[in-house]
Design a protein around this ligand. Sequence first.
Ligand code: APR
Length: 253
Amino acid sequence: MTVPDAAAAALKRARRVAVLTGAGVSRESGISTFRGSGGHWWKRDPMKLDTAEAFRKDPRLMWEWYTDRRAGALAALPNPGHEAVARLEAAYDDVAVLTQNMDGLHQRAGSTRVLELHGNITGIRCGACGPAPSPPSPPPGGWGGLPPTCGRCGGMLMPDVVWYGEPLPAGVWEEATRAALSCDAMVVAGTSLAVSPANTLPEMAKSAGAALLEVNPEETPMSGMMDASIRDTAGAALPRLAELALSLKGAAG
Ligand code: APR
């Protein structure tokens, strides 16, 4: 896979890089995507299932679905794509990872500045009074049972993820927009850019003068605004980009 000249020039010029990632980056860790050629979890539309109202309507189904997804995330390992994103930190003054993924794999790969736009599937929060003091151990029947209740207020505990229609975690969105507006290059990898407000970050970066580099085997509705598109998987393309950035910046080990 050759890196397009526009991408190489952007990586050479950049000092601050933002990496916006989606489910496609975790696909090679065995975690399914939601759209595109990937499968749906449980063959359901996440836009209909990942809502606070769906949770209240059928908490047991939601806990079973999330138990499945949490187990998948905890069993998964970072892949070369995640590791490459972490290696970028040796080439640039600032690398902000703005991820829509909830699996924690960027952190486990070594990235030190990860903004989880949609929360983290291994966390637990109370639907009524806020973050659970600490993820409680599974109830005797395991998480597959009825949702556990909050020890503080008796409210329903739920996965610490952002439901559709809910605001993103306080402070995370502000920091993500700051990163988008201050980066010189944004790598947009493994995302269909179907969900807002995450899908407004590339536009924000571009409006502030950043180059947009897309890594996705498929086109997305926003491919037209990219300065360079690499039609390859994250596991193949991101290591190439990291290797190039490190050599261009003379930081190669
Ligand atoms: N490498 C890179 N990209 C890939 C790969 C791969 N190996 N495999 C698939 N893709 C691409 C697909 O072409 C698609 O464009 O990854 C993208 C995955 O898109 P989605 O499944 O829509 O995932 P994402 O963009 O992260 O979804 C955003 O939607 O349901 C919500 O909360 C959920 O955070 C998620 C949000």
